[in-house]
Design a protein around this ligand. Structure first.
Ligand code: IVH
Length: 673
């Protein structure tokens, strides 16, 4: 009996996996959905009755496993690299030229490249041991990622067993997980129906779904994957070219992109790029450029890589998408420091994969420079996850009588006077904590992860508590009462009690966090930690004279003035005292003083970064002992290029200085987290 059952279970497993392959990878189903379901249920029933006979590659494992507390770390046997970017045909040609020189190619001999769409999702690694899928991980920082095996198992396009009778001992496959347009629409529709926030774009949707602690939720989303390279391979000869590697992966049952092509030389590469750009909207999934890889793997090995990016590949990214729409009006938002940011309210327009109805105008200088006026037709630009911006005005379409935007004399929230100091692009509300907008933003900041880290006191709840009149200052956080909080809409006794517990817990903190939480202008996270380390107590800092403040590393005259002004205000001192009286204390040691691990290195920053400003990046690099220079020379250790970098990248490449992306920068700064 058991032998028969065992055989049937094995047979069903093979059949179901085979049908999945035809359905999901080849897009060519062999049986009806009903037939598939019936086989699936038969297997489920047998496995339930004989749990000892369940195999590691059973298709029933695709429905998700119980949730995890946290993802384990996985160290990649072969690092997962990132790519350098080319932003023009010239840069692509320069790349080709460098490759030719290194490979000592004859003048009339073109390099063969494999051109592949650059999928806009997230890189993952799949590990097969003797043909069975055993582990899947995210890229992480390239060396260590997160173990997302259970989540990946739910993606039907991923074979749970390779389609070969003679599997290699180990095969690591690298590829991109993404969500196609149709699944993205579907996911968002169900989120909206469940009264939840929809995803901004397919990439966020893919990343959010894959990093679910509960893989049963991942199973409900339809994720796709294309395999594009090899990681660790043991026990088999690897193919001679990238093209053959892709063919091999396809034979093993892995999905590969059919849009790839071999291109000889830079011109052919550029033609491919233009062709794909034309097809972009019809692909059915998002791509953000093209990747060109030297086809011969022996040549790839010869070229090697510089720090984290290979010399044998380059990504040519598409320019930011633009669209025209009408500027309805300009409103001013008041931020935590009182800064008035003009925001363009737009006729909704679809650009860069999302519908945009607001765009930043940065500040008054920018408005004047671009001469943006309500009623204007404007060009809106959006790249990747960057905040949409108004690129320029279409002047021919300006309606008659369109008026210039004026900086309001009074704060739109609290009616305090607005001040703009000489030479400062930013205008500010002078209301301080008296301004409702500044107070709310200040409280959100105080509760945030890098400050007091009050679990559960997120932006929405701060708004709710403020609306209810329960939060009028930072000190009010400690006066919240169970009953009043529980009575708020969408709150209950349990959630209110959790919040109060989190507030209690956050009272034991560090001086650095507290200082950062106060939101003093010019005092960021690292500045606050440095001040805490230097003065050791809040009293010493409050009583410090300007000269003493200036002795602190990284505290310049502007930050010193701002600290003095903050502590000179009686209401600020009263607020601090009230907070301390509620039991906030600093028994926890400050973070150890940071090791200057980058001493001797010289970096150049260019282009716009997404996760931080260039100034922040500069500051952090300096904290780690590095120098940050504004021009590239032979002494430059590396250039970090964000979106739309300038000529510095070209210069770096001509000098052979490595050009790295933001991910590499973040990895380097990881020590500061
Ligand atoms: S190859 C050196 N091929 O782009 C090998 N990457 O900027 C690096 N990507 O982390 C990967 N499509 O997430 C490669 N066809 C493709 C790709 C691709 C998208 C992503 C991948 C990688 C990032 C590098």
């Amino acid at each position: 009996m058991s032998k028969k059952v065992k055989e049937r279970i094995a047979q069903l497993g093979v059949q179901l996996n085979d049908h999945s392959y035809h359905y999901y990878v080849l897009d060519n189903p062999q049986i009806s959905d009903a037939e598939y379901d019936s086989l699936f249920r038969e297997l489920q029933a047998l496995e339930e009755a004989h749990p000892d006979l369940i195999s590691a590659d059973s298709p029933t494992h695709r429905v998700g496993a119980p949730p995890l507390d946290d993802f384990e770390q996985v160290t990649h046997a072969v690092a997962m690299l990132s790519l350098n970017n080319a932003f023009s045909f010239d840069e692509l040609q320069a790349f080709d030229q460098r490759v030719r020189e290194r490979l000592e190619m004859e003048a009339d001999q073109p390099v063969q490249y494999m051109a592949e769409p650059k999928l806009d999702g997230l890189a993952i690694s799949l590990r097969y041991e003797r043909g069975v899928f055993v582990q899947g991980a995210t890229r992480g920082d390239g060396h260590t990622g997160e173990n997302v095996t259970e989540n990946l198992r739910t993606i039907e396009m991923i074979p749970l067993r390779l389609r070969t009778n003679n599997p290699p001992e180990v095969l690591e496959v690298r590829g991109e997980v993404f969500m196609d347009d149709a699944s993205f629409e579907q996911a968002n529709q169900s989120l909206i129906a469940a009264d939840q926030k929809p995803f901004v774009n397919p990439r966020n949707a893919a990343a959010g779904s894959l990093r679910q602690k509960d893989s049963r939720k991942t199973a409900k989303r339809r994720l796709s994957i294309y395999a594009y390279s090899l990681g660790e391979v043991v026990g088999v000869q690897i193919p001679a070219t990238q093209a053959l590697a892709l063919e091999w992966l396809a034979e093993l049952g892995l999905p590969t992109n059919s849009e790839v092509a071999i291109c000889e030389g830079a011109e052919a590469c550029y033609a491919y790029y233009e062709n794909i750009q034309g097809k972009r909207a019809q692909l059915g999934y998002d791509i953000d450029g093209v990747v060109f890889k030297v086809n011969e793997l022996s040549q790839q090995r010869e070229l090697g890589f510089v720090s984290r990016a290979p010399r044998w590949a380059i990504a040519t990214k598409f320019p930011a998408e633009e669209a025209q729409t009408v500027l309805l009006e300009v409103e001013f938002q008041v931020g935590r420091t009182g800064a008035l940011t003009p925001v363009a309210r737009l006729e909704p327009v679809f650009v860069g994969g999302v519908t945009v109805s607001n765009a930043t105008l940065h500040n008054m200088d920018e408005i004047e420079r671009k001469d943006v006026r309500p009623g204007d037709t404007v060009v809106v630009r959006r790249a990747g996850d960057v905040i949409p911006e108004v690129a320029r005005v279409v002047e021919e379409k300006r309606p008659k009588g369109a008026r210039k935007v004026k900086l309001p004399a009074k704060c739109p929230v609290c009616k305090s006077p607005v001040m703009r100091s000489e030479g400062d692009a930013v205008a500010r509300c002078t209301g301080g904590f008296l301004c409702d907008a500044q107070r709310r933003e200040g409280i959100k900041h105080y509760a945030s992860r890098k400050a007091l880290d009050i679990d559960g006191l997120g932006d929405k709840l701060v708004e709710q508590l403020s609306d209810a009149g329960l939060l009028n200052s930072l000190a009010d956080v400690y006066q919240l009462e169970l009953e009043a909080v529980a009575a708020l809409p969408r709150m209950a006794e349990k959630s209110a009690s959790n919040l109060l517990q989190a507030i209690e817990k956050s009272k034991n903190t560090t001086l650095g966090r507290f200082l950062f939480g106060l939101g003093i202008r010019e005092v960021g996270e690292t500045g606050a930690a440095t001040l805490a380390n230097h003065f050791g107590s809040l009293d010493a800092l409050i009583n410090a004279k300007e000269a003493e403040l200036l002795e602190v590393d990284d505290i310049g005259p502007v930050a010193a003035k701002s600290l003095l002004a903050f502590f000179a205000q009686k209401n600020n001192i009263e607020m601090i005292n009230a907070i301390l009286q509620s039991g906030v204390s600093f028994p926890v040691a400050e973070k150890a003083v940071i090791e200057p691990t980058l001493a001797g290195n010289v970096y150049v920053l260019t282009g716009s970064l997404e996760s931080m400003t260039r100034d922040e990046a500069k500051h952090k690099l300096q904290l780690l002992g590095a120098k940050v220079s504004s021009s590239v020379s032979k002494k430059t250790t590396a250039v970090f290029a964000g979106a739309s970098p300038g000529s510095k990248v070209v210069k770096a490449e001509s000098l052979g200085v490595p050009v790295e992306d933001e991910q590499a920068l973040q990895a380097l700064l990881g020590a500061l987290e």
